[in-house]
Design a protein around this ligand. Sequence first.
Ligand code: 2AL
Length: 252
Amino acid sequence: MKILLLNPNTTASMTQAIAAAARAVAAPGTEVRATQPSFGPVSIESHYDEAFAAAGVAEQVRLAAEDPPDATVIACFGDPGLDAAREVLDGPVLGIAEAAFHVASMLATGFSVVTTMTRTCVMAERLVQRYGFERSCRGIHGTDIPVLALEQAGEPMLRQIEEAARTALARDGSGAIVLGCAGMAPLCATLSDRLGVPVVDGVAAAVKLAEALVGLGLRTSRRGDYAQPLAKPFTGWAQGLAWEATRAAGGR
Ligand code: 2AL
Protein backbone atom coordinates (compact mmCIF):
# COMPACT_ATOMS: atom_id res chain seq x y z
CA MET A 1 0.00 0.00 0.00
CA LYS A 2 1.29 3.47 -0.91
CA ILE A 3 0.60 6.38 1.43
CA LEU A 4 1.33 9.92 0.33
CA LEU A 5 2.43 11.90 3.37
CA LEU A 6 1.99 15.55 2.54
CA ASN A 7 3.67 18.17 4.70
CA PRO A 8 1.81 21.40 3.83
CA ASN A 9 4.74 23.59 4.84
CA THR A 10 7.91 23.86 2.76
CA THR A 11 10.57 22.87 5.31
CA ALA A 12 12.22 19.73 3.86
CA SER A 13 13.84 18.73 7.17
CA MET A 14 10.41 18.73 8.83
CA THR A 15 9.01 16.63 5.97
CA GLN A 16 11.77 14.08 6.64
CA ALA A 17 11.14 14.07 10.42
CA ILE A 18 7.41 13.52 9.84
CA ALA A 19 8.17 10.78 7.33
CA ALA A 20 10.37 8.99 9.86
CA ALA A 21 7.55 9.14 12.44
CA ALA A 22 5.09 7.79 9.86
CA ARG A 23 7.40 4.96 8.77
CA ALA A 24 7.98 3.97 12.41
CA VAL A 25 4.30 3.01 12.78
CA ALA A 26 3.51 1.94 9.21
CA ALA A 27 2.82 -1.75 8.54
CA PRO A 28 5.59 -3.71 6.78
CA GLY A 29 3.78 -3.58 3.42
CA THR A 30 3.17 0.18 3.58
CA GLU A 31 5.35 2.52 1.55
CA VAL A 32 5.32 6.12 2.78
CA ARG A 33 6.18 8.74 0.15
CA ALA A 34 6.69 12.14 1.75
CA THR A 35 6.47 15.44 -0.08
CA GLN A 36 5.73 19.14 0.35
CA PRO A 37 4.47 22.04 -1.78
CA SER A 38 6.82 23.79 -4.23
CA PHE A 39 5.85 27.17 -2.76
CA GLY A 40 4.49 28.67 0.43
CA PRO A 41 5.38 29.24 4.07
CA VAL A 42 8.14 27.33 5.86
CA SER A 43 5.74 26.81 8.76
CA ILE A 44 2.02 27.28 9.24
CA GLU A 45 1.20 29.50 12.20
CA SER A 46 -1.38 31.99 10.95
CA HIS A 47 -4.46 32.19 8.75
CA TYR A 48 -2.32 33.82 6.06
CA ASP A 49 0.18 30.93 6.16
CA GLU A 50 -2.68 28.47 6.06
CA ALA A 51 -4.26 30.02 2.96
CA PHE A 52 -1.04 29.42 1.00
CA ALA A 53 -0.59 25.98 2.56
CA ALA A 54 -4.03 24.90 1.31
CA ALA A 55 -3.03 25.95 -2.22
CA GLY A 56 0.23 24.01 -1.77
CA VAL A 57 -1.74 20.92 -0.79
CA ALA A 58 -3.97 21.38 -3.87
CA GLU A 59 -0.81 21.60 -6.03
CA GLN A 60 0.64 18.40 -4.60
CA VAL A 61 -2.54 16.32 -4.81
CA ARG A 62 -3.05 17.51 -8.40
CA LEU A 63 0.44 16.24 -9.23
CA ALA A 64 -0.14 13.04 -7.23
CA ALA A 65 -3.30 12.35 -9.24
CA GLU A 66 -1.04 11.33 -12.15
CA ASP A 67 0.13 8.31 -10.14
CA PRO A 68 -2.40 8.15 -7.32
CA PRO A 69 -1.48 6.79 -3.88
CA ASP A 70 -3.77 4.36 -2.03
CA ALA A 71 -4.25 6.94 0.73
CA THR A 72 -3.03 10.42 1.62
CA VAL A 73 -2.22 12.07 4.95
CA ILE A 74 -2.17 15.85 5.27
CA ALA A 75 0.40 16.39 8.00
CA CYS A 76 -0.36 19.81 9.44
CA PHE A 77 -2.67 20.27 12.41
CA GLY A 78 -4.86 22.78 10.54
CA ASP A 79 -5.74 20.07 7.96
CA PRO A 80 -5.30 22.63 5.13
CA GLY A 81 -6.79 21.67 1.77
CA LEU A 82 -8.39 18.48 3.11
CA ASP A 83 -11.67 18.77 1.21
CA ALA A 84 -9.89 19.78 -2.01
CA ALA A 85 -7.63 16.73 -1.71
CA ARG A 86 -10.67 14.48 -1.30
CA GLU A 87 -12.17 15.84 -4.52
CA VAL A 88 -8.98 15.15 -6.45
CA LEU A 89 -7.81 11.76 -5.12
CA ASP A 90 -9.94 8.61 -5.02
CA GLY A 91 -8.18 6.95 -2.08
CA PRO A 92 -8.95 8.06 1.50
CA VAL A 93 -7.44 11.41 2.56
CA LEU A 94 -6.92 12.05 6.27
CA GLY A 95 -5.99 15.21 8.10
CA ILE A 96 -3.86 14.74 11.21
CA ALA A 97 -6.14 16.85 13.42
CA GLU A 98 -9.19 14.91 12.29
CA ALA A 99 -7.41 11.57 12.81
CA ALA A 100 -6.09 12.55 16.23
CA PHE A 101 -9.51 13.74 17.45
CA HIS A 102 -11.13 10.47 16.39
CA VAL A 103 -8.45 8.34 18.03
CA ALA A 104 -8.32 10.36 21.28
CA SER A 105 -12.11 10.26 21.61
CA MET A 106 -11.94 6.45 21.57
CA LEU A 107 -9.37 6.38 24.38
CA ALA A 108 -10.82 8.93 26.82
CA THR A 109 -14.16 10.66 27.30
CA GLY A 110 -12.32 13.98 27.22
CA PHE A 111 -9.03 15.05 25.65
CA SER A 112 -6.92 18.21 25.60
CA VAL A 113 -4.90 19.58 22.72
CA VAL A 114 -1.40 20.96 23.36
CA THR A 115 -0.15 22.96 20.43
CA THR A 116 2.44 25.49 19.26
CA MET A 117 1.68 29.22 19.05
CA THR A 118 -1.30 30.36 21.11
CA ARG A 119 -2.61 32.25 18.08
CA THR A 120 -3.14 28.90 16.29
CA CYS A 121 -5.52 27.64 19.00
CA VAL A 122 -8.49 29.17 17.18
CA MET A 123 -7.65 27.08 14.11
CA ALA A 124 -7.80 23.88 16.17
CA GLU A 125 -10.98 25.13 17.86
CA ARG A 126 -12.64 25.61 14.47
CA LEU A 127 -11.64 22.09 13.44
CA VAL A 128 -13.09 20.68 16.67
CA GLN A 129 -16.38 22.37 15.75
CA ARG A 130 -16.22 21.36 12.10
CA TYR A 131 -15.62 17.68 12.94
CA GLY A 132 -18.14 17.66 15.81
CA PHE A 133 -15.77 16.98 18.72
CA GLU A 134 -17.05 19.78 20.98
CA ARG A 135 -18.08 17.28 23.65
CA SER A 136 -14.81 15.37 23.88
CA CYS A 137 -12.30 18.18 23.29
CA ARG A 138 -12.10 19.87 26.68
CA GLY A 139 -9.41 22.45 25.97
CA ILE A 140 -6.79 23.70 23.51
CA HIS A 141 -3.55 24.96 24.98
CA GLY A 142 -0.82 26.98 23.26
CA THR A 143 2.82 26.74 24.34
CA ASP A 144 4.10 29.59 22.14
CA ILE A 145 6.77 27.27 20.80
CA PRO A 146 7.30 28.11 17.10
CA VAL A 147 6.78 25.14 14.76
CA LEU A 148 10.34 25.12 13.44
CA ALA A 149 11.83 25.38 16.95
CA LEU A 150 10.44 21.86 17.52
CA GLU A 151 13.15 20.57 15.17
CA GLN A 152 15.73 21.31 17.85
CA ALA A 153 13.60 20.19 20.78
CA GLY A 154 15.83 19.37 23.74
CA GLU A 155 15.01 18.65 27.35
CA PRO A 156 13.83 22.21 28.25
CA MET A 157 11.31 22.24 25.40
CA LEU A 158 10.14 18.72 26.17
CA ARG A 159 9.62 19.77 29.77
CA GLN A 160 7.68 22.85 28.65
CA ILE A 161 5.32 20.70 26.56
CA GLU A 162 5.05 18.14 29.37
CA GLU A 163 4.13 20.89 31.87
CA ALA A 164 1.55 22.35 29.47
CA ALA A 165 0.06 18.86 29.10
CA ARG A 166 -0.06 18.31 32.87
CA THR A 167 -1.79 21.66 33.34
CA ALA A 168 -4.22 20.80 30.54
CA LEU A 169 -5.09 17.39 32.02
CA ALA A 170 -5.74 18.96 35.45
CA ARG A 171 -7.57 22.07 34.30
CA ASP A 172 -9.69 20.33 31.66
CA GLY A 173 -10.30 17.13 33.63
CA SER A 174 -9.30 15.23 30.52
CA GLY A 175 -7.82 11.75 30.10
CA ALA A 176 -5.71 12.06 26.96
CA ILE A 177 -3.49 14.54 25.15
CA VAL A 178 -3.55 15.34 21.45
CA LEU A 179 -0.32 16.84 20.10
CA GLY A 180 -1.30 19.90 18.05
CA CYS A 181 1.51 19.96 15.51
CA ALA A 182 3.06 17.47 13.09
CA GLY A 183 6.44 18.68 14.32
CA MET A 184 5.66 17.18 17.73
CA ALA A 185 5.49 13.64 16.29
CA PRO A 186 9.07 12.72 17.30
CA LEU A 187 8.27 13.72 20.92
CA CYS A 188 5.19 11.52 21.29
CA ALA A 189 6.79 8.41 22.80
CA THR A 190 8.72 10.37 25.45
CA LEU A 191 5.67 12.44 26.40
CA SER A 192 3.55 9.27 26.61
CA ASP A 193 6.05 7.68 29.01
CA ARG A 194 6.21 10.77 31.19
CA LEU A 195 2.52 11.66 31.31
CA GLY A 196 1.08 8.19 31.87
CA VAL A 197 -1.99 8.95 29.74
CA PRO A 198 -2.60 8.29 26.04
CA VAL A 199 -0.72 10.89 23.97
CA VAL A 200 -1.97 10.96 20.39
CA ASP A 201 0.24 12.12 17.54
CA GLY A 202 -1.94 12.84 14.53
CA VAL A 203 0.69 11.70 12.02
CA ALA A 204 0.84 8.18 13.48
CA ALA A 205 -2.94 8.11 14.02
CA ALA A 206 -3.62 9.17 10.42
CA VAL A 207 -1.20 6.61 8.96
CA LYS A 208 -2.79 3.75 10.92
CA LEU A 209 -6.34 4.92 10.10
CA ALA A 210 -5.36 5.26 6.43
CA GLU A 211 -4.11 1.68 6.45
CA ALA A 212 -7.38 0.58 8.07
CA LEU A 213 -9.57 2.39 5.53
CA VAL A 214 -7.59 1.01 2.59
CA GLY A 215 -7.71 -2.44 4.20
CA LEU A 216 -11.49 -2.12 4.36
CA GLY A 217 -11.53 -1.38 0.64
CA LEU A 218 -13.11 2.03 1.24
CA ARG A 219 -12.64 5.15 -0.88
CA THR A 220 -13.85 8.72 -0.74
CA SER A 221 -17.47 9.14 -1.79
CA ARG A 222 -17.97 10.68 -5.21
CA ARG A 223 -21.55 11.58 -4.41
CA GLY A 224 -22.30 15.26 -3.88
CA ASP A 225 -19.64 17.72 -2.88
CA TYR A 226 -16.75 15.22 -2.99
CA ALA A 227 -17.34 14.66 -6.71
CA GLN A 228 -14.26 15.50 -8.79
CA PRO A 229 -13.65 19.23 -9.37
CA LEU A 230 -15.33 20.88 -12.33
CA ALA A 231 -13.02 21.17 -15.32
CA LYS A 232 -12.12 24.75 -16.14
CA PRO A 233 -9.08 26.80 -17.09
CA PHE A 234 -6.90 28.24 -14.33
CA THR A 235 -4.98 31.43 -14.97
CA GLY A 236 -1.72 32.96 -13.79
CA TRP A 237 0.81 30.89 -11.89
CA ALA A 238 -1.79 28.17 -11.25
CA GLN A 239 -2.44 27.62 -14.98
CA GLY A 240 -0.82 24.17 -15.01
CA LEU A 241 -2.83 22.99 -12.01
CA ALA A 242 -6.30 23.16 -13.60
CA TRP A 243 -8.44 20.05 -13.38
CA GLU A 244 -8.79 18.80 -16.97
CA ALA A 245 -11.93 17.73 -18.81
CA THR A 246 -10.49 14.27 -19.63
CA ARG A 247 -9.85 13.70 -15.94
CA ALA A 248 -13.21 15.16 -14.88
CA ALA A 249 -14.93 12.86 -17.37
CA GLY A 250 -13.40 9.87 -15.62
CA GLY A 251 -10.58 9.52 -18.11
CA ARG A 252 -8.13 7.68 -15.88
C1 2AL B 1 1.51 23.17 12.32
C2 2AL B 1 1.85 21.92 11.75
O1 2AL B 1 1.44 20.82 12.09
N1 2AL B 1 2.73 22.20 10.76
C3 2AL B 1 2.93 23.53 10.71
O2 2AL B 1 3.69 24.11 9.93
N2 2AL B 1 2.15 24.11 11.67
N3 2AL B 1 0.62 23.25 13.37
C4 2AL B 1 0.58 24.23 14.32
N4 2AL B 1 -0.37 24.14 15.25
O3 2AL B 1 1.39 25.15 14.33
